[in-house]
Design a binder for this molecule. Sequence first.
Ligand SMILES: [Zn+2]
Length: 299
Amino acid sequence: MSLMNQDGILHISLLEGQARAILIESTAMVQRAKEIHGLSKIATAALGRTLSATAMMGSMLKGRDESVTASIRGGGPIGTVLAVADSNGCVKGYVDHPEIDLPRTGPKLPVGAAVGRDGRLTVIKDMHLREPYVGQVNLVSGEIAEDFAMYFTASEQTPSLVSLGVLVSDEKVEAAGGLIVQMLPGASEAALQSVENSAGMFMDISGTIKEYHLDGAVDQLLMHLQPVVLERRESRYECDCSRGRVERALITLGAEELTDMIETQHGAQVDCHFCNKRYSFTEEDLRQLLAAATAKSEG
Ligand SMILES: [Zn+2]
Protein backbone atom coordinates (compact mmCIF):
# COMPACT_ATOMS: atom_id res chain seq x y z
CA MET A 1 0.00 0.00 0.00
CA SER A 2 1.46 3.35 -0.97
CA LEU A 3 1.70 6.26 1.42
CA MET A 4 -0.84 8.11 -0.68
CA ASN A 5 -3.53 5.55 0.07
CA GLN A 6 -5.60 7.02 2.88
CA ASP A 7 -8.60 4.76 2.35
CA GLY A 8 -10.44 3.40 5.34
CA ILE A 9 -13.80 3.00 7.01
CA LEU A 10 -14.89 4.49 10.34
CA HIS A 11 -17.74 3.26 12.51
CA ILE A 12 -19.05 6.18 14.52
CA SER A 13 -21.58 6.42 17.33
CA LEU A 14 -23.88 9.47 17.21
CA LEU A 15 -26.13 11.17 19.77
CA GLU A 16 -25.10 8.89 22.61
CA GLY A 17 -25.96 5.75 20.71
CA GLN A 18 -29.29 6.83 19.22
CA ALA A 19 -27.82 6.78 15.72
CA ARG A 20 -24.67 5.60 14.01
CA ALA A 21 -22.60 6.56 11.00
CA ILE A 22 -20.33 4.60 8.69
CA LEU A 23 -17.88 6.82 6.81
CA ILE A 24 -15.58 5.69 4.02
CA GLU A 25 -12.70 7.25 2.15
CA SER A 26 -12.47 5.22 -1.05
CA THR A 27 -10.31 7.29 -3.41
CA ALA A 28 -7.61 4.65 -3.99
CA MET A 29 -10.21 1.87 -4.26
CA VAL A 30 -12.15 3.69 -6.99
CA GLN A 31 -8.95 4.68 -8.80
CA ARG A 32 -7.94 0.98 -8.86
CA ALA A 33 -11.34 0.05 -10.30
CA LYS A 34 -10.94 2.77 -12.96
CA GLU A 35 -7.51 1.39 -13.96
CA ILE A 36 -8.59 -2.27 -14.04
CA HIS A 37 -11.73 -1.70 -16.10
CA GLY A 38 -10.74 1.38 -18.12
CA LEU A 39 -13.81 3.18 -16.76
CA SER A 40 -15.16 6.33 -18.38
CA LYS A 41 -15.87 9.23 -16.02
CA ILE A 42 -19.51 8.35 -15.69
CA ALA A 43 -18.78 4.65 -15.19
CA THR A 44 -16.18 5.63 -12.56
CA ALA A 45 -18.88 7.57 -10.71
CA ALA A 46 -21.48 4.79 -10.98
CA LEU A 47 -19.18 1.94 -9.98
CA GLY A 48 -17.30 4.08 -7.45
CA ARG A 49 -20.51 4.99 -5.62
CA THR A 50 -21.60 1.34 -5.63
CA LEU A 51 -18.19 0.08 -4.44
CA SER A 52 -18.18 2.64 -1.62
CA ALA A 53 -21.67 1.70 -0.41
CA THR A 54 -20.99 -2.01 -0.66
CA ALA A 55 -17.66 -1.70 1.16
CA MET A 56 -19.46 0.05 4.02
CA MET A 57 -22.05 -2.73 4.10
CA GLY A 58 -19.26 -5.32 4.15
CA SER A 59 -17.79 -3.60 7.21
CA MET A 60 -21.17 -3.97 8.94
CA LEU A 61 -21.12 -7.77 8.64
CA LYS A 62 -20.36 -9.45 11.93
CA GLY A 63 -18.56 -12.70 11.07
CA ARG A 64 -15.25 -13.37 9.33
CA ASP A 65 -15.33 -14.16 5.60
CA GLU A 66 -18.96 -13.12 5.21
CA SER A 67 -19.78 -11.21 2.05
CA VAL A 68 -22.34 -8.87 0.57
CA THR A 69 -23.16 -8.42 -3.12
CA ALA A 70 -25.06 -5.40 -4.42
CA SER A 71 -26.27 -5.38 -8.00
CA ILE A 72 -28.11 -2.58 -9.73
CA ARG A 73 -30.02 -3.20 -12.93
CA GLY A 74 -31.87 -0.08 -14.02
CA GLY A 75 -32.30 -0.64 -17.75
CA GLY A 76 -29.92 2.22 -18.64
CA PRO A 77 -27.02 2.09 -21.12
CA ILE A 78 -24.41 1.15 -18.51
CA GLY A 79 -26.09 -2.23 -17.95
CA THR A 80 -25.54 -3.96 -14.62
CA VAL A 81 -23.46 -2.33 -11.90
CA LEU A 82 -22.24 -4.92 -9.42
CA ALA A 83 -20.03 -4.88 -6.33
CA VAL A 84 -18.99 -7.51 -3.81
CA ALA A 85 -17.46 -6.73 -0.41
CA ASP A 86 -16.39 -8.99 2.40
CA SER A 87 -16.07 -8.49 6.14
CA ASN A 88 -12.26 -8.43 5.84
CA GLY A 89 -12.16 -5.13 3.93
CA CYS A 90 -11.86 -6.39 0.35
CA VAL A 91 -14.17 -5.05 -2.34
CA LYS A 92 -14.41 -5.65 -6.09
CA GLY A 93 -16.91 -4.88 -8.84
CA TYR A 94 -17.66 -4.26 -12.47
CA VAL A 95 -20.09 -2.60 -14.86
CA ASP A 96 -21.32 -4.14 -18.11
CA HIS A 97 -20.30 -1.13 -20.24
CA PRO A 98 -17.24 0.62 -18.75
CA GLU A 99 -16.85 2.88 -21.81
CA ILE A 100 -20.29 4.48 -21.50
CA ASP A 101 -20.40 8.24 -22.02
CA LEU A 102 -23.37 10.59 -21.90
CA PRO A 103 -23.60 14.37 -22.38
CA ARG A 104 -23.64 16.39 -19.18
CA THR A 105 -26.80 18.36 -18.55
CA GLY A 106 -25.78 19.95 -15.26
CA PRO A 107 -22.82 20.27 -12.91
CA LYS A 108 -22.93 16.59 -11.96
CA LEU A 109 -22.24 13.51 -14.07
CA PRO A 110 -25.59 12.05 -15.23
CA VAL A 111 -25.23 8.78 -13.32
CA GLY A 112 -28.99 8.27 -13.03
CA ALA A 113 -29.39 8.47 -16.80
CA ALA A 114 -26.57 5.93 -17.31
CA VAL A 115 -27.94 3.49 -14.74
CA GLY A 116 -31.63 4.03 -15.49
CA ARG A 117 -34.34 3.72 -12.87
CA ASP A 118 -36.56 1.08 -14.36
CA GLY A 119 -35.28 -1.79 -12.27
CA ARG A 120 -33.99 -2.93 -8.94
CA LEU A 121 -31.21 -2.88 -6.41
CA THR A 122 -30.62 -6.40 -5.13
CA VAL A 123 -28.55 -7.13 -2.05
CA ILE A 124 -27.35 -10.64 -1.26
CA LYS A 125 -25.62 -11.33 2.04
CA ASP A 126 -23.75 -14.59 2.46
CA MET A 127 -23.42 -15.16 6.18
CA HIS A 128 -22.67 -18.88 5.94
CA LEU A 129 -26.25 -19.81 6.71
CA ARG A 130 -28.03 -22.43 4.65
CA GLU A 131 -29.62 -19.78 2.48
CA PRO A 132 -28.18 -16.34 1.75
CA TYR A 133 -30.21 -13.28 2.79
CA VAL A 134 -31.70 -11.55 -0.26
CA GLY A 135 -33.26 -8.06 -0.16
CA GLN A 136 -34.59 -6.11 -3.10
CA VAL A 137 -36.03 -2.65 -3.73
CA ASN A 138 -37.21 -0.82 -6.80
CA LEU A 139 -34.79 1.91 -7.84
CA VAL A 140 -35.67 5.46 -6.79
CA SER A 141 -33.51 7.41 -9.23
CA GLY A 142 -30.56 5.29 -10.35
CA GLU A 143 -28.33 7.86 -8.64
CA ILE A 144 -27.33 5.00 -6.31
CA ALA A 145 -27.17 6.82 -2.93
CA GLU A 146 -30.95 7.28 -2.83
CA ASP A 147 -31.38 3.71 -3.97
CA PHE A 148 -29.25 2.36 -1.12
CA ALA A 149 -31.12 4.63 1.33
CA MET A 150 -34.38 3.09 0.13
CA TYR A 151 -32.92 -0.38 0.53
CA PHE A 152 -31.91 0.21 4.17
CA THR A 153 -35.18 1.89 5.02
CA ALA A 154 -37.58 -0.46 3.23
CA SER A 155 -35.79 -3.80 3.19
CA GLU A 156 -33.83 -3.66 6.46
CA GLN A 157 -36.35 -1.41 8.26
CA THR A 158 -33.56 0.94 9.32
CA PRO A 159 -34.27 4.59 8.46
CA SER A 160 -31.06 5.73 6.78
CA LEU A 161 -29.45 8.62 4.97
CA VAL A 162 -26.86 7.71 2.36
CA SER A 163 -24.45 10.03 0.60
CA LEU A 164 -21.96 8.80 -2.00
CA GLY A 165 -19.56 10.86 -4.06
CA VAL A 166 -16.85 10.39 -6.67
CA LEU A 167 -14.85 13.35 -7.96
CA VAL A 168 -13.12 12.31 -11.17
CA SER A 169 -10.97 14.30 -13.60
CA ASP A 170 -9.94 13.08 -17.03
CA GLU A 171 -6.86 11.39 -15.61
CA LYS A 172 -7.75 10.16 -12.17
CA VAL A 173 -10.05 9.92 -9.22
CA GLU A 174 -9.55 13.09 -7.18
CA ALA A 175 -11.59 11.88 -4.24
CA ALA A 176 -14.26 9.33 -3.41
CA GLY A 177 -16.20 8.60 -0.28
CA GLY A 178 -19.48 7.73 1.31
CA LEU A 179 -21.54 8.16 4.44
CA ILE A 180 -24.39 6.10 5.86
CA VAL A 181 -26.29 7.51 8.84
CA GLN A 182 -28.77 5.20 10.52
CA MET A 183 -31.28 5.71 13.31
CA LEU A 184 -31.04 2.97 15.92
CA PRO A 185 -33.94 1.37 17.83
CA GLY A 186 -35.23 3.61 20.61
CA ALA A 187 -34.00 6.85 19.04
CA SER A 188 -35.99 9.89 20.18
CA GLU A 189 -37.91 12.23 17.92
CA ALA A 190 -35.36 14.92 18.84
CA ALA A 191 -32.51 12.67 17.67
CA LEU A 192 -34.24 12.08 14.35
CA GLN A 193 -34.72 15.84 14.00
CA SER A 194 -31.03 16.48 14.73
CA VAL A 195 -29.96 14.03 12.03
CA GLU A 196 -32.36 15.54 9.51
CA ASN A 197 -31.06 19.01 10.33
CA SER A 198 -27.52 17.86 9.58
CA ALA A 199 -28.41 16.15 6.30
CA GLY A 200 -27.46 19.22 4.26
CA MET A 201 -23.86 18.81 5.45
CA PHE A 202 -23.69 15.31 3.95
CA MET A 203 -24.26 16.33 0.33
CA ASP A 204 -20.74 17.11 -0.88
CA ILE A 205 -19.06 13.97 0.42
CA SER A 206 -16.30 13.78 -2.21
CA GLY A 207 -15.40 17.44 -1.73
CA THR A 208 -15.24 16.96 2.05
CA ILE A 209 -13.08 13.83 1.72
CA LYS A 210 -10.77 15.60 -0.75
CA GLU A 211 -10.18 18.48 1.61
CA TYR A 212 -10.25 16.84 5.04
CA HIS A 213 -9.74 13.09 4.51
CA LEU A 214 -11.35 10.53 6.76
CA ASP A 215 -10.54 11.79 10.23
CA GLY A 216 -11.10 15.45 9.43
CA ALA A 217 -14.36 14.63 7.68
CA VAL A 218 -15.86 13.26 10.91
CA ASP A 219 -15.94 16.72 12.46
CA GLN A 220 -16.89 18.47 9.23
CA LEU A 221 -19.88 16.23 8.56
CA LEU A 222 -21.06 15.17 11.99
CA MET A 223 -20.06 17.98 14.37
CA HIS A 224 -23.63 18.57 15.56
CA LEU A 225 -24.26 14.90 16.31
CA GLN A 226 -21.70 14.20 19.08
CA PRO A 227 -19.60 11.80 16.98
CA VAL A 228 -17.53 9.16 18.77
CA VAL A 229 -15.30 7.03 16.54
CA LEU A 230 -15.64 3.41 17.67
CA GLU A 231 -13.53 1.61 15.11
CA ARG A 232 -11.33 2.11 12.06
CA ARG A 233 -11.06 -0.51 9.34
CA GLU A 234 -9.02 -1.07 6.23
CA SER A 235 -10.73 -1.15 2.86
CA ARG A 236 -9.23 -1.89 -0.56
CA TYR A 237 -10.01 -3.11 -4.06
CA GLU A 238 -8.90 -6.71 -4.19
CA CYS A 239 -9.97 -9.71 -6.25
CA ASP A 240 -9.71 -13.16 -4.72
CA CYS A 241 -10.01 -15.17 -7.94
CA SER A 242 -7.67 -18.12 -8.52
CA ARG A 243 -7.13 -20.89 -11.04
CA GLY A 244 -8.62 -23.35 -8.55
CA ARG A 245 -11.83 -21.34 -8.29
CA VAL A 246 -12.16 -21.07 -12.07
CA GLU A 247 -11.58 -24.84 -12.37
CA ARG A 248 -14.36 -25.51 -9.85
CA ALA A 249 -16.67 -23.19 -11.78
CA LEU A 250 -15.89 -25.02 -15.04
CA ILE A 251 -16.56 -28.38 -13.39
CA THR A 252 -19.98 -27.20 -12.24
CA LEU A 253 -20.85 -26.38 -15.88
CA GLY A 254 -21.16 -30.14 -16.31
CA ALA A 255 -19.91 -32.84 -18.67
CA GLU A 256 -21.96 -31.80 -21.68
CA GLU A 257 -20.71 -28.21 -21.72
CA LEU A 258 -17.09 -29.28 -21.11
CA THR A 259 -17.26 -31.85 -23.92
CA ASP A 260 -18.53 -29.14 -26.23
CA MET A 261 -15.62 -26.85 -25.26
CA ILE A 262 -13.15 -29.67 -25.97
CA GLU A 263 -14.61 -30.70 -29.31
CA THR A 264 -15.48 -27.33 -30.82
CA GLN A 265 -13.01 -24.91 -29.18
CA HIS A 266 -10.15 -27.29 -28.21
CA GLY A 267 -9.58 -25.25 -25.08
CA ALA A 268 -11.03 -22.38 -23.11
CA GLN A 269 -10.16 -18.91 -21.92
CA VAL A 270 -11.92 -17.53 -18.89
CA ASP A 271 -11.63 -13.85 -17.95
CA CYS A 272 -12.34 -12.74 -14.39
CA HIS A 273 -15.02 -10.01 -14.47
CA PHE A 274 -13.55 -8.31 -11.42
CA CYS A 275 -9.83 -8.03 -12.24
CA ASN A 276 -9.64 -9.05 -15.92
CA LYS A 277 -7.09 -11.78 -15.19
CA ARG A 278 -7.21 -14.39 -17.95
CA TYR A 279 -7.14 -18.11 -17.21
CA SER A 280 -6.28 -20.36 -20.15
CA PHE A 281 -7.16 -24.04 -20.35
CA THR A 282 -5.76 -26.41 -22.97
CA GLU A 283 -7.75 -29.30 -24.37
CA GLU A 284 -5.83 -31.59 -22.00
CA ASP A 285 -6.70 -29.36 -19.00
CA LEU A 286 -10.36 -29.55 -19.97
CA ARG A 287 -10.22 -33.35 -20.29
CA GLN A 288 -9.03 -33.52 -16.68
CA LEU A 289 -11.88 -31.25 -15.57
CA LEU A 290 -14.31 -33.38 -17.60
CA ALA A 291 -13.08 -36.46 -15.74
CA ALA A 292 -13.67 -34.63 -12.45
CA ALA A 293 -17.15 -33.52 -13.56
CA THR A 294 -18.06 -37.03 -14.66
CA ALA A 295 -16.79 -38.52 -11.37
CA LYS A 296 -18.80 -35.91 -9.49
CA SER A 297 -22.06 -36.61 -11.32
CA GLU A 298 -21.60 -40.35 -10.79
CA GLY A 299 -20.63 -39.93 -7.15
ZN1 LIG B 1 -10.18 -11.76 -10.44
